[in-house]
Write a protein that binds this ligand. Structure first.
Ligand SMILES: CC(C)(COP(=O)(O)OP(=O)(O)OC[C@H]1O[C@@H](n2cnc3c(N)ncnc32)[C@H](O)[C@@H]1OP(=O)(O)O)[C@@H](O)C(=O)NCCC(=O)NCCS
Length: 190
């Protein structure tokens, strides 16, 4: 039996360059414009439809807002400070000791390689492990998704194990990383 702790309302999280605010229905059109790019989608889980349908973002938005309303998952729109338009998304599942994929994220490829997702992930990690006091996060990525793995490495996560998993691009190993509250606090204290 799993034990899920229900979530509080999604807070606005601010970093040096970003504002993470609750995902909202008004974000649908921008998501439909940005998201359907092979490089962005190929290492996501196989449940993401490809080719991406014209109503893909709208369908997914309904699911996200339902999950949020049920208290299952946080969904943040990633925005650049000074512009409210969504440029990416970061999600966090409610704490469950048996969950092995606590977080998901994607970013507009125009913004890759500037450390922005690490910045967003750090804010969300701090919220989960410090503000909410969760004991750990498990984080995953396709083994070929070096960009995503690098975000975990930069956050101080430890590789726990690998296992086969189905991605949009096909079946390959996924890496499962562990980031504990203790490791996170020790890293912040350095
Ligand atoms: C994964 C993703 C969110 C990373 O966003 P980002 O803002 O570019 O990430 P950051 O800049 O914080 O960090 C990326 C790191 O990967 C490194 N990197 C970039 N291309 C790389 C490559 N081909 N091989 C290895 N590392 C690479 C960058 O140099 C950077 O590390 P550094 O700061 O040590 O130089 C973005 O690439 C994305 O949206 N990908 C598609 C969706 C996805 O795969 N989501 C994750 C599912 S698990």
């Amino acid at each position: 039996m799993t034990e899920t702790i229900p979530l509080p309302p999604t807070p606005v999280l601010e970093t040096a360059r970003l504002v993470l605010r609750p995902l909202a229905e008004r974000d649908t059109a921008a998501v439909q414009r940005i998201f359907p790019q092979w490089e962005l989608v190929k290492h996501l889980h196989a449940g993401v439809p490809w080719p991406y349908p014209e109503d893909g973002a709208a369908t997914n938005m309904v699911q996200c807002l339902e999950d949020r309303a049920k208290g299952l998952k946080f969904y943040w729109a990633i925005t650049l400070k000074g512009c409210d338009e969504i440029r990416g998304r970061i999600d966090l599942w409610a704490y469950d000791p048996e969950r092995r994929d606590s977080r998901g994220f994607w970013l507009d490829p125009e913004l890759w390689g500037q450390g922005l997702m690490t910045e967003a992930a750090n804010a969300v990690t701090d919220y989960a492990l410090v503000t909410l006091g969760w004991p750990h996060l498990y984080l995953t990525n396709a083994i070929e998704n070096r960009r995503s793995a690098r975000v975990k490495e930069k956050q101080g996560a430890t590789l726990a194990y690998t296992e086969p998993y189905d991605f949009v691009v096909g079946r390959m190993d996924r890496q499962v990383w562990l980031l504990t509250r203790e490791a996170w606090l020790a890293r912040q204290a350095k």
